[in-house]
Design a binder for this molecule. Structure first.
Ligand code: UN1
Length: 476
């Protein structure tokens, strides 16, 4: 059994969970200890005790530890990518790519640890000087989803540690393998006891205990809108800082002047790769009438060539859905789209493969309207719709007619339209002739409206969440 890391020790539990491969339900990856409420209390106390020394430690020490962790993750990318794809179901290429991204994030923040700056201003009053300095917040609770089992933990844990915070980390209970591997790497990279703690388990026990604790100063959460709302309210009541990345209903506009082949590639990648299980997935393709029928023909043709299968097989394009519950949700939305009058132009059927797993044909709806449930709510699977519009103006208004605002995209050969959309999109990230999903790690990530709350993640802007400002007045 793989154990939790609390106060620098591997701690056992009377309860455990089995990590099952969604490509092959007979493949049990291993058993992972479930943390109890007491374990979480112990982890938080350890993080609290370790905080003063870590906060005052040399940035060079923190930088070296993060650098060592990043180097090991990169060196083991094939093995860890295999584990990730085995437990989550994205293809091996996607799994290895994600692990490499995590390694690079640690290396990036190894550099950032050395670049914490402040400001010095002249006071408006004579004889005074003002300084603005940044300090770590304290104990940070990190709660992550199952769809990026190592990259999302990396982009929260690396900046938290770089800026001198201590961490209590609860990974998604569906994917403890990558999280445990990351904890093991950090532990061996020399993170002092208590500075980083891993508590695996259920949201109702572990997540809840982290959110309730008065010792946890800030929470960074990625997951559903519903859970995010509850966490956000609880943080507000307890005066905690909170950052939340939640759902998306990301539009991709295909203009009549788009390069059709390029647009099909952008759409298929954004909508269906990683089995559509990305908050940045393009779930609403908004297509101008003049190009609509040609686009539908080409994308259906392309979808019919994709190989859906075991995530670890070399020729698989799209792996299984991550869990039985998620497959059920996808199928419910597919049924809902049909009952609301959209036409299933491709896919949407569960598939049998040599191994028992949660395989689902990518589903494409045509004749859909933006008011249908399938275009209002996040599905989080390989399910997307085409919404036909008359022209570019209607496309922009449909794109922005959503409660979400994470990512948006446009395929066009017109510089004027690309520039116009860049300004008018209501999303936090805008992609021109490139998929709505798949982002760089050194620039801000985040959205607007119901998609995100609080400061941005990733890149140097991550410091807004992971540090507290202090303003100091000095009479010279
Ligand atoms: C990406 O598109 O590269 O949960 C990252 C998610 C996002 C991450 C997407 N927070 O899907």
């Amino acid at each position: 059994m793989k154990l939790n890391l609390i106060a620098g020790e591997w701690v056992g539990s009377t309860q455990s969970t089995s990590n099952i491969n969604p490509s092959d339900l007979s493949d049990r990856i291993g058993d992972y200890a479930l943390a109890s409420g007491q374990d979480v209390t112990d982890a938080i106390s350890a993080a609290q005790s370790a905080f003063p020394a870590w906060a005052q430690s040399s940035p060079e020490l923190r930088s070296d530890i993060l650098d060592r962790a990043g180097a090991e993750i990169l060196a083991r990318r094939d093995e860890l990518g295999h584990l990730l794809s085995r437990e989550e179901g994205k293809t091996l290429a996607e799994g290895i790519g994600e692990v490499a991204r995590a390694g690079r994030i640690f290396r990036y923040f190894a550099g950032e640890a050395l670049r914490v700056t402040g400001e010095r201003l002249n006071s408006v009053r004579a004889g005074l000087e003002v300084e603005i300095i940044r300090e770590p917040e304290g104990v940070i609770g990190i709660i992550t989803p199952w769809n990026f089992p190592i990259a999302i933990p990396a982009w929260k844990i690396a900046p938290a540690l770089a800026y001198g915070n201590t961490v209590v980390f609860k990974p998604a209970d569906l994917v403890p393998g990558s999280a445990w591997a990351l904890a093991d790497i950090l532990h061996r990279a020399g993170v002092p006891a208590g500075v980083f703690n891993l508590v695996m388990g259920r949201g109702s026990v572990v997540g809840n205990a982290i959110v309730q604790s008065s010792q946890v100063r800030a929470i960074s959460f990625t997951g559903s809108v519903q859970t995010g709302r509850q966490i956000g309210m609880a943080c507000m009541e307890r005066g905690k800082k909170v950052q939340m990345e939640m759902g998306g209903k990301n539009p991709l506009i295909i203009c009549a002047d788009a390069d059709l082949d390029a647009a099909v590639s952008v759409a298929v990648n954004g909508s269906y790769f990683s089995t559509g299980q990305r908050c940045t997935a393009s779930s609403r393709m908004i297509v101008e009438r003049a190009i609509h029928d040609a686009f539908v023909d080409r994308i259906v043709q392309r979808l019919s060539t994709l190989r859906i299968g075991h995530a670890l097989e070399a020729d698989t394009d799209i792996g299984p859905v991550a869990s039985a519950a998620q497959l059920q949700q996808d199928l419910e939305y597919i049924a809902s789209g049909r009952s609301e009058g959209a036409e299933l132009a491709f896919g949407g059927q569960p598939l049998n493969r040599q191994t028992e797993g949660y395989f689902l044909q990518p589903a494409l709806f045509t004749g859909a309207t933006n008011q249908m449930r399938i275009n209002r709510e996040e599905i989080f699977g390989p399910v997307a719709s085409i919404i036909r519009v008359e022209d570019y103006e209607e496309a922009v208004s449909v794109a922005n007619d959503t409660e979400f605002g994470l990512s948006s995209g446009i395929c066009t050969t017109s510089l004027a339209k690309a520039s116009d959309f860049k300004r008018r999109s209501g999303a936090g990230m805008v992609m021109v002739n490139t998929p709505t999903a798949g982002v760089d790690y050194h620039v801000p990530f985040g959205g607007r409206r119901n998609s995100s709350y609080g400061p941005r993640e990733q890149g140097a802007h991550a410091r807004e969440f992971y540090t507290a400002l202090k303003t100091v007045y000095v009479t010279a």
